[in-house]
Write a protein that binds this ligand. Structure first.
Ligand SMILES: O=C(O)[C@@H](CO)OP(=O)(O)O
Length: 226
């Protein structure tokens, strides 16, 4: 059995201001830094072999803050995704030292759902303008995209293939995997792992800085309560 840990980044400065964020690259707030450290303490004793995060700084900050709390004492090392560079990087430090590191991969497919024309707008003001129901549909429905942005279905079309082609084989090979990502990119993954319907995913909320742990065995995922 191997473990998959999913975590939404801690509160960002735009979460704090209640602004639609999507692909805008906003760092964590002071509160978000504390949430990430607290989330890290909750999983500090679970061995982690490999870390995936998005290309956005709020998820990356969260990944490093989580790993700073980890009991292994291993150093998180960024593996840049250029293949040639990756091959070279493998040679620039000793295999003895490599045993004391945990590789971190930046994966654009795990970026937040692109929010199109809503990015930078205030969530409450947008709900006042277009109606709470319409804005809830844009924010939580499966197949209705916000203006100029991605639906959850479109987000899943990039998160799930990467997850299946790269993350699942790691779990199969006995590796425990930690993914630091975003509210909606993680909703698309949890929807898939738990087989949620389009109706059920409307209610799925992923809190900031709270690890979700799944046990993986023989092709199936079971959520473990912390
Ligand atoms: O602004 C965003 O990118 C997301 C996550 O904060 O918004 P929502 O709360 O609608 O999922």
């Amino acid at each position: 059995m191997t473990k998959l840990i999913l975590m939404r980044h801690g509160q960002s400065l735009w979460n704090q201001l209640n602004l639609f964020t999507g692909w805008v690259d906003i760092p964590l707030s002071h509160q978000g830094i504390h949430e990430a450290l607290e989330g890290g303490r909750k999983i500090k004793d679970i061995p982690i072999d490999i870390v995936f995060t998005s290309t956005l700084v709020r998820a990356q900050m969260t990944a490093y803050l989580v790993m700073s709390q980890h009991h292994s004492g291993k150093v998180a090392v960024v593996k840049h995704d250029d293949e040639a560079q990756l091959a070279d990087w493998g040679k620039i430090y000793s295999s003895k030292t490599e045993g004391k590191t945990i590789p971190v991969y930046y994966v654009w497919q795990f970026n937040e759902r692109y929010y199109g024309e809503l990015q930078g707008l205030n969530k409450s003001e947008t709900a006042e303008k277009y109606g709470h129901e319409q804005v809830h549909i844009w924010r939580r429905s499966y197949d209705i995209a916000p203006p100029g942005g991605e639906s959850l279905e479109m987000t899943a079309a990039r998160t799930i293939p990467y997850f299946e082609e790269t993350v699942v084989p790691m779990l199969e090979r006995g590796k425990n995997v930690f993914i630091s990502a975003h509210g909606n990119s993680l909703r698309s993954i949890v929807m898939d792992l738990e087989g949620l319907s389009k109706e059920e995913v409307l209610q799925l909320e992923i809190p900031t800085g709270a690890p979700l742990i799944f046990n993986y065995e023989q092709g199936s995922f079971t959520r473990e309560e912390l």
